[in-house]
Design a protein. Structure first.
Length: 189
């Protein structure tokens, strides 16, 4: 399997570049943000609980997202591989992912970390907020809180993969196809 973690702050382009990876490597895209928004749209109990945290730009509890990923891995055991987008976001999530993959004799191939300056992130998200319908894109304070959550709780996950020799830094500024081609080089296959 080819198992890629696509990493980076809010607005770095994880979702955009995942579309390219799905096409290029026939991988299954697992975005915990998309899965949570799906739960909210369906009005499930999990969605209701997650919504109040997501609307503020806070992370939802580890147990919630780990459970969702576990279900998806179990349901797609014959996949060519996965792109993890927006997961793992904490060290306990990264440890849980390693252990889930290990149970299937699999592991993470590489983490691609998209680097984009904060000013550019805010600009992209406010622009998208005009018509995305995402409640966490509308208000600059919420966007700043999402970036703060990334800096204080999530950024350390890159070191977790660096220690395993799996971290690849990608310049996330440029055209979408330039960045896609850097990602392809970073994956090296
Ligand atoms: P999530 O849905 O993961 O959102 P995010 O990380 O905040 O990131 P975005 O989806 O906003 O950005 P992206 O990097 O995917 O960029 P995109 O390609 O869209 O999480 C939302 C919330 O869910 C969290 O705040 C948290 O509450 C909860 N959550 C999710 N996962 C969790 C977890 N594991 N643990 C705990 N809580 C969790 O691009 C952004 C914009 O920029 C788009 O408009 C795009 O068109 C544009 N763009 C893309 N590339 C370029 C480019 N090269 N140049 C110019 N514009 C570009
Ligand atoms: Mg996204």
């Amino acid at each position: 399997m080819l198992n890629i973690v696509l990493f980076g702050p809010p607005g770095a382009g994880k979702g955009t570049q995942s579309a390219f990876l799905v096409e290029e490597y026939k991988l299954i895209h697992l975005s915990t943000g998309d899965l949570l928004r799906g739960e909210i749209a369906e009005g499930t109990e999990l969605g209701l609980k997650a919504k109040s945290l997501m609307d503020k730009g806070d992370l939802v509890p580890d147990s919630v997202v780990i459970g969702m990923i576990e279900n998806k891995l179990t349901a797609n055991q014959n996949a060519a591989g996965f792109i993890f987008d927006g997961f793992p976001r904490t060290i306990p999530q990264a440890e849980a992912l390693d252990s889930l993959l290990n149970q299937h004799g699999e592991s993470i191939t590489a983490m691609l970390s998209l680097q984009v300056p904060e000013e550019e992130l805010v600009k992209r998200l406010l622009l998208r907020g005009k018509d995305s319908g995402r409640s966490d894109d509308k208000d600059e304070n919420i966007i700043h809180n999402r970036i703060r959550e990334y800096n204080t709780k999530t950024a350390a996950v890159a070191s977790y993969y660096d220690t395993q020799g799996k971290l690849v830094i990608i310049n996330g500024v440029g055209t979408i196809s330039q960045i896609a081609s850097s990602i392809k080089n970073g994956i090296g296959q």
